[in-house]
Design a protein around this ligand. Sequence first.
Ligand code: FES
Ligand SMILES: [Fe+2]
Length: 471
Amino acid sequence: MNAVNKPSSTAAGNITLQNLDDEEMVTYPVEAFLSKDYLEAEKRLLWPKVWQMADRLEVIPNVGDFFTYDILDDSIIVVRTAPDEIRAFHNVCAHRGRQLIDVPPGVNSATGNRRLFRCGFHGWTYDLKGNNTYILDPRDWAKRGEGLNPDCTSLTPVKVDTWGGWVFVNLDPNCEPLREFLGEVPRILDPFEFGKMRYKWRNWVVFDCNWKTGLEAFMEPYHVAGTHSQLLAYGDYYAYSKAYGLHGVSGFDERDPALRRAGGTSNNRAGKGADPRISTYQLARENWETVNNASTTWTLVEAARRLVDELPEGTPGPQVIAHWLKRAKEMDAQRGVIWPSISSAQMTEAGLAWHVFPNMSLLHGPTQALCYRTRPYGNDPDKCIFEAYSIERFPEGGEPKTEWTYAEPVKEKWGPVLCQDFSNMAAVQRGMKSRGFRGTLPNPHQEQKVTNFHRNLANMLNRGTPRLFRK
Ligand code: FES
Ligand SMILES: [Fe+2]
């Protein structure tokens, strides 16, 4: 790791948001992806301090329903304690430390319904609120002193809150409220009403790359030309990106600055081609068929298919898009799927896809989102748990039954486009170890979201510091 020019954590100070806004050329060191020390720093300074998406609220609809969320050595139980209340606890018995709920290797998240949590070792028992309700022979502790009390026999609580139908947990008892942590994200994304969407599918797998390598494969459309070249037949993939504090967004843009964002920043845009009635359909169909039925909806594809019948030849692109979205909204309403009202200004600001710090990524439309989450796997910086899932607005009660499914990274399970993304992951991880790699050169316009991620990590961990390239 001693190549010339390789930036290190001892390099000059971290870059600022202003550097990103100014689209200055920056670089950050590969230790963030490769070093065990960096992973140890994440274990101390990142994961115990941040709000993390644990799962969707829909997983625990009834009192007593619970799920587990594991991050490195910590396991958390999230349980519904009342129709309008959920709580979270560390998944550990107060007696001698057995995990209360077993989460065997190969299981992503344990789920079930309990009135009581009974430890499998000596039978200590807890109610849904974490109070200890049973200890065998408690008087044995009281023979020479005060004995047991709730402070030492109850479950240890974990901070929990929700946004957009997602359950977030924070292991820091003194953390800032979730809303503060999310910054501008709720203001910009609440119009999409993610809370009314439900899981359509949810898959996971283990990859031979760092959790950041895996997540960053989905943080910018700059890779589309190189990785998904077949998509260029249907659309241009030039993108902007923008930092919002801890978080960031990317969206479609135009190479010609005079046309900036004129074609729409989201996935619902005209395709490439002379006749937008046809190209819009082709792009929507391609997205539907190759991105595992998740980056758009069947209604949008079907409404796009009808554009040639419903609009005269020569209809300008913006009118085609307006008609398409109006028709799709009507078609969905007929089957009981009511679109949220999102103004075109809101749609533009919301862009294509968000990174919610640290490990959540979502690509959204009015009635769907394709989301990603990655986590470290064991103590190995070269491995991660990778998850992708689709949520969609269904007619009342019409959502499918889903569970976290281990899925080999093959086309049949994930669709061809995601498999193209997967093909980069281990190769990036291996490549960054090369002594010939001089350090990253993220695109200042299109990959700001990734750079901002490392800027924020560096602020938290005090290492892996991005710096201006010229210094
Ligand atoms: S470790 Fe749980 S009852 Fe002993
Ligand atoms: Fe991709």
